[in-house]
Design a protein around this ligand. Structure first.
Ligand SMILES: Cc1cc2nc3c(=O)[nH]c(=O)nc-3n(C[C@H](O)[C@H](O)[C@H](O)COP(=O)(O)OP(=O)(O)OC[C@H]3O[C@@H](n4cnc5c(N)ncnc54)[C@H](O)[C@@H]3O)c2cc1C
Length: 466
């Protein structure tokens, strides 16, 4: 009897071995398994990976390759511009008769997968979410647009499915399959702007597991109280590993649940797992409203009179606005590829409301600089900041950057860390240094006056017809 034909398992945003339905089912079939990753940078128009996220991807792929080699079948890398042609070529070369993958839910991917399924013998499985888009709907069968009822509906469904175990072994193909060299993809920067990211992260599975263990041991129970303060490690910082799927949200959810069963942890842990549901919520929003990566969910905001202000945009990007909390956040982002959620909200509000620059400019910058740049979460966050999305903070609710700073970085520790020019300032001075009799000379004055900017934003809002 001839041996079964190999199965291609196409890895996408699920660079892991456990809780990987496509890999699990391919391995369970007993057929040889050929794990594949395709690099097709030019095929996906606007949202080609940004620099920071390419940096992370390099290490995640290197790590996955090692894990798969240990299991018996190394990762095959191929690059090109036509995904269908690459997969067809691989099938012809290897004699594979099926392709398995886990689903992605961003509009470009849904479109691509639909085309591929018509052309190739493909089978898809649930992707890196707790619950797939479309599985939680209102009583009338529509998608939820507001988080709280969505969360309630999820809770009623009980725990999300348990994560699948990793295969214990993979049957390799009869002969090795040619692979690109990862270094030839040039995912790492030519100039070494990544020193801060190297220091901040271990972008491997081990890094994810260490980070999660620390978080569960030390901070998860206190998450609810500490998550808003950027000067402490009060959140899990799991977003970049979740983004490339080195760890699955179901695994995190069930580890949290187990912790709660054994040790308690009260509403802190629930507040944390709720964030994983926010992640699903953002995913289902982009899935059901696929235009929202570029256009406002609430149509009337399409006519918003945004400013074109290259100087203001540059100052914001570089962390030179003269507002310490904003500048601290933007510099943290530039150095480490990550920013605390509270500060993301503050800097986003500042761009959109104080500078009146479109949320799309902010989303683009985040896309290029975040190691966790994720189309659904980024779109959702920016639409929220722009006041034009689901569950939106209405546009007229405008963050005061000084009040936010006083409230969430009261002692100024976060600002001192990222804005060294202000290190010697007192708790009282550090939030608004321009009010000092002798402000530091090496730090800019505010590029806008918040009160005037607020009035200008409200004026702009009033031009929209409701
Ligand atoms: C303007 C703006 C842009 C954003 N862009 C992104 C992005 O590109 N990628 C990204 O992963 N998150 C984004 N977020 C959401 C949030 O800021 C990050 O997920 C969070 O800061 C990551 O840190 P953490 O892992 O410590 O989160 P934790 O607080 O520990 O939460 C755990 C996980 O839940 C998910 N999560 C938490 N908050 C949110 C949220 N508000 N929306 C959706 N999922 C959430 C993330 O996967 C996160 O890793 C953005 C938020 C804003 C306001």
């Amino acid at each position: 009897m001839s041996p079964p034909a190999p199965i291609l398992v196409w890895f996408r945003n699920d660079l892991r071995l456990d809780d990987h339905p496509a890999l699990f089912h391919a391995a369970a079939s007993g057929a040889p398994v050929i794990p594949v990753y395709l690099h097709t940078p030019r095929t996906r128009s606007r949202w080609t990976r940004g620099g920071a996220s390419r940096w992370w991807l390099h290490y995640a792929l290197e790590d996955l390759h090692q894990q798969l080699t240990t299991l018996g079948s190394p990762l095959v890398l191929r690059s090109g511009t036509d995904t269908e042609a690459l997969l067809t070529e691989l099938m012809q070369e290897t004699g594979a008769k099926q392709i398995f993958w886990n689903r992605r839910y961003e509009p470009d991917w849904v479109e691509l997968d639909t085309q591929l399924k018509q052309a190739l013998p493909a089978k898809s499985f649930p992707g890196t979410v707790l619950r797939e888009p479309g599985t939680v709907s209102t009583q009338t069968g529509n998608p939820y647009k507001v988080f709280t009822p969505y969360y309630r509906a999820c809770t009623k469904l009980g725990p999300p499915p348990e994560p699948l175990p990793p295969p214990s072994h993979l049957q390799p193909p009869e002969s090795p399959v040619a692979s690109d060299a990862l270094s030839d993809w040039h995912l790492l920067p030519g100039l070494n702007w990544d020193t801060g990211m190297q220091e901040a992260w271990n972008p491997t599975l081990q890094g994810a597991e260490d980070r999660l263990e620390d978080f569960l041991d030390e901070a998860a129970g206190l998450y609810k109280d500490k998550r808003d303060f950027p000067d402490i490690v009060g959140t899990s910082r799991m977003s970049p590993w979740l983004h490339v799927g080195q760890i699955s949200p179901r695994r995190i959810w069930h580890e949290c649940d187990a912790l709660q069963q054994t040790r308690g942890g009260g509403d802190g842990i629930e507040a944390y797992t709720r964030q994983l549901v926010w992640r699903d919520f953002a995913t289902q929003m982009l899935f059901h409203f696929p235009h929202t990566d570029t256009d406002p969910l609430q149509e009337k905001y399409a006519a918003f009179p945004w400013n074109t202000d290259p100087k203001g945009l540059k100052a914001w990007q570089k962390g030179l606005t003269g507002y310490p909390i904003v500048d601290a956040g933007m510099r943290e982002l530039w150095t480490t590829g990550w920013m605390h959620n509270r500060v993301r909200m503050i800097v986003a509000s500042f761009l959109v409301k104080d500078l009146l620059i479109s949320w799309r400019e902010g989303a683009d910058w985040f896309w290029d600089t975040l190691v966790d740049a994720d189309l659904a979460n980024n779109t959702f966050g920016w639409q929220w900041a722009g006041g034009c999305g689901a569950d939106a903070a209405p546009y007229f609710r405008i963050f005061n950057p000084v009040r936010q700073s006083e409230k969430f970085d009261a002692k100024g520790g976060y600002i001192r860390k990222w804005v060294p020019e202000l290190r010697s300032l007192s708790e009282k001075e550090i939030h608004a240094p321009w009010e000092m009799s002798c402000p530091p000379e090496n730090y800019p004055s505010p590029i806008v006056d918040h009160r005037a900017a607020r009035d200008r934003a409200l004026e702009a809002l009033s031009t929209l017809t409701v």
